[in-house]
Design a protein around this ligand. Sequence first.
Ligand code: PEP
Ligand code: MG
Length: 883
Amino acid sequence: SKWVYFFGDGQADGRADMKNLLGGKGANLAEMSSLGVPVPAGFTITTEVCTFYYDNNETYPDDLKNQVMENLGRIETIMGAKFGDPKNPLLLSIRSGARTSMPGMMDTVLNLGLNDTTVEGLIALSGDARFAYDSYRRFVTMYSDVVLGVDHYHFEEILDALKEDKGYRLDTDVTADDWKHLVGVYKAKVLEQLGSAFPEDPVDQLWGAVGAVFGSWMNQRAKTYRRLHHIPAHWGTAVNVQAMVFGNMGEESATGVCFTRDPSTGENAFYGEYLVNAQGEDVVAGIRTPQNISIAGKERNNSDLPAMEETMPEIYKQLVTIRDNMELHYKDMQDMEFTIQRGKLWMLQTRNGKRTAAAALKIAVDMCNEGMIDKETAILRVQPEQLDQLLHPTLDPNAPRELLGHGLPASPGAASGQVVFTADEAEAWAQKGKKVVLVRVETSPEDIGGMHVSQGILTTRGGMTSHAAVVARGMGVPCVAGAGEIRVDYNKKTLTVGGKVVKEGDIITLDGAKGEVFLGEVPTLQPELSGDFADLMEWADAVRRMRVRANAETAEDCSTARKFGAEGVGLCRTEHMFFDPKRIIHIRQMILAEDEAGRRAALEHLLPYQRQDFVEVFQIMRGLPVTVRLLDPPLHEFLPHSDTEIADVAASAGVDAAMVKSRVAMLQESNPMLGHRGCRLGITYPEVYEMQARAIFEAALEVSETAGETVLPEIMIPLVGAVKELEPMRALVDRVAKETFAAKGREIAYQVGTMIELPRACLQAGGIAEHAEFFSFGTNDLTQTTLGMSRDDSAPFLEVYTQKGIYARDPFQSIDVDGVGEMVKIAAERGRTSRPDIKLGICGEHGGDPNSIHFCEGVGLAYVSCSPYRVPIARLAAAQSVL
Ligand code: PEP
Ligand code: MG
């Protein structure tokens, strides 16, 4: 079989679409060569050889050697030089190249083919002994490090000693004779370390380097990178062997990098930088300040150095032509590397360029408007997650900052404010016009007011679905959660991290998208929702099949949701409506009441609030469906803790504080997430759900009558596990509907459905569907119960789990397809069997996660529902999942 693919001189065995076989770099080198772009000749050893190598005890296929030598001959012919020739030596670069680029993860060897005889040839060819010996010593150190495993520091020590000895300050002070001498010392060091000599034979060098590149596929760095980027090990890497060209052969030589459009703004302007008389590694090392390619770039960067457009106008023109051709050919922004050797331009690499979110959006929309790509392609060009950066304020990337610590990226956006440690302080300070960041070990429902007025929220405990995280995302307030390295001392009013102490009133900045905490104020940039953003969203909406709803319960959330294009509310968590301090007292009273009469008294207080809430929600969401979930309070989130709280509840219920205290003690659950919550509350205290159903129907009738608006309520029963739980709850809702309609003399259409958030519900979905017009998958609880992992306690060990690859991603962030996904599939199938037109949706946090959204498309869900700020992300991800 064919293991080696040649490229160079306008020819190539491979093509751009052969990335799986040739790796990204090899495939693009082949493509460029066939397009007539000047590429130094070379060949690619395929990824199949890598696979073979690891399947066969690190050996090569029999016919590889012949193929390599034959293609080496072709390079020699084209480049007019011979590998190992003492007069006219061909030198090679050996680089890895996987399907997707893994920058810096694998090994590279440059200047290969140099030895004590060929170096003389290089001197003759270049007329520059210093250059030749410098190249030689670079090769010996690189090869020894990468291929022979002799660590770099040995050579650095030797060089430092020489410099000290001779009184040199810089590497540029080192002379040709010094480098020549050093090469000898370096080789002696290798002999001492390994007990064998540095290979002089260029062919031995070549095979050593090829083996090292294949070997580097399994180094620790590469393994870690693959795990983080979900790249499978079986892909393997290719090896690219290519003729060396030199950007460091004097003032007519240079090396650089360019982008066909500006990678930070997306502007359609050629952008790039280069260094005269330098090698690629010098650009990366950032020791010298590079020059701009274009005059426009020079002006933009306020550079004093002349641009290539001025100093090398011919080469510049050639580069601009290549830029135009490459972009037209690849129909995407290209990131290209080039070298100029004595006035001749060589292209070394092209690939789709990495870009900021703003640039991705602008380039996609511009290229579509220019007719270069169609709308579908434009939609696929922007990563949904990237949009997050555009919907919230972000930290000014150029601003200086001091990192204090990090936690989970719980709610995106960047914000600064003065540190306060209680929700009450937050409200008091905010009233005085101060900007605050609320710092808590964790938050609970009574903190809601303080959370709302804060610029940002920082907690030291809890995961991505902790109270702080969920509430902050819903509010669009930036939040860093579970920052475990930060210690909070409520008594001293300080937070401590790594020896630094931050006091109440000190300013910190949060980056909720990255989960980072900074000391002091870091300036932010504001989002822009019109223009390109609006265009791309419109295109996405035209192709997607699934609807996108929002999880929202307040007027503010609902307005945000509509502004971001939500097509309904998929989850209105009614317990969140009671977080307000005026109301939580009655909820507590209700929970703590000893009998039905006590509960009914509390519910009387709640009914008008609740009705008014629904009136607002229905009005804002007019014409769109609203799924209202009946009460689902994990008790620990609602029970009073402090004596003042207990006294308040007692006073409002007109009972003794001691009695309330003993009820609180009685109601303490050791596992509240699996306790008296969800429909279990409705089963035991039907009057609670009765009140809520009444409030919903009265509000719906009111809005549909006074405003003449269509109201589409969908009433949802939470945490159902058995048909016999849903049956009576549905009967209750239907009865209240009938009563309310009779009392008002008018009817409206409504639906009753259920959350599917327990494994038992998935298995029983057939029977459950007989009583439910819709299912909404509550994948937060379904993940918690299917995996048997607490959503509040699992963050610390899940981090280790994802590191070890036990779960590829945090299952609370991205749906666990093999477990929870199977549950969803079973439920969907069984539900559809007994009710073919059942409406299926998802309202767990996964509803806003692009990977999970692809999964939902596969299951054929009707909609996904997510927090308001993720609606645009979900719209784009839903569109991509049908393309
Ligand atoms: C869920 O469990 O996925 C859900 C949406 O409900 P909650 O997060 O309120 O428990
Ligand atoms: Mg739930």
